[in-house]
Design a protein around this ligand. Structure first.
Ligand code: SAM
Length: 250
């Protein structure tokens, strides 16, 4: 039925397409996509042929309004080049406008590199914060890391091979005590996930420049904040274990 369908597609391994994604891509009237060549290949692989409409969030208001208007009478699937649309990918404005026009919006969930990275890394996942791509410029990157360093969750970034070394160097400087994970080429032949201190990973990837796509994760700050009662108890413990001569010197 008419509306907008947000369809997740594989992040590398074509086997990761869901049954529902295939069903919706087969039944829709058109597919809005970032790159018609990339989506054309996926559709061909699935044995499907639909009109492919190029769309990204830089589209003019007029083009977006026309696309939303078409959803009054057509089923339009939105896909990105890989993974879940809207996750560091276009679609936010389209979804917002469709909702404003009371057009039905349906999510067909599936692969997402950030989630795959969180689950593989072994870092605490009770709370994690997805923070997209780090800025490319050193100063801006350092500022973002300093700000996010205060957040008490695992931080999840998208990263590219050529930029990884500089990001790890910045983490060494700004968040040196954290545990870090680099999840690379997820779901693909050369999938790997390395964990360790920022220094250890900076050394490793300095010697082995990484290829392919990367999720960079930074574990949460270690110490829990100490409340007043805890502080008193810790102090009492520490004093009790001091040798008499040390205690006298206090
Ligand atoms: N919407 C996508 C998703 O749901 O994961 C992300 C799109 S974003 C433009 C592309 C970035 O996602 C890459 O630079 C990389 O950081 C990450 N990524 C995508 N596929 C990946 C994979 N197979 N392994 C590791 N990271 C991946």
């Amino acid at each position: 039925s008419p509306g907008l369908y947000i369809v997740a597609t594989p992040i590398g391994n074509l086997g990761d397409i869901t049954l529902r994604a295939i069903e919706v891509l087969g039944a829709c009237d058109a597919v809005a996509c970032e790159d018609t060549r990339v989506t054309g290949k996926l559709m061909k692989h699935l044995g499907l042929s639909k009109p492919l409409w190029r769309y990204d969030d830089h589209a003019s208001e007029k083009d977006r309004a026309r696309l939303v208007e078409s959803m009054q009478t057509r089923a339009v699937a939105l896909v990105s080049d890989a993974g879940t649309p809207l996750v560091s990918d276009p679609g936010y404005r389209l979804v917002r406008d469709a909702r404003e026009q009371a057009i039905p919006v349906t999510s067909i969930p599936g692969p997402c590199a950030a989630i795959a990275g969180v689950t593989l890394s072994g870092l605490p996942n009770d709370r994690f914060m997805f923070a997209g791509f780090l800025p490319a410029k050193d100063k801006a990157r350092a500022e973002v890391l300093a700000d996010l360093g205060a957040v008490r969750s695992t931080l999840v970034f998208y990263e590219t091979g050529p930029r990884l070394a500089r990001s790890l160097a910045a983490i060494c400087e700004i968040l040196p005590g954290r545990e870090v994970a680099v999840a690379r080429e997820l779901t693909k032949l050369h999938e790997e996930c390395r964990t360790g201190s920022p220094l250890k990973l900076a050394e490793w990837y300095g010697a082995h420049p990484p290829k392919g796509e990367i999720v960079l994760l930074v574990g949460p700050p270690g110490e829990q904040p100490v409340g007043r009662a805890d502080a008193d108890a810790l102090l009492a413990d520490a004093l009790a274990t001091l040798k008499p001569s040390q205690a006298a010197a206090q």
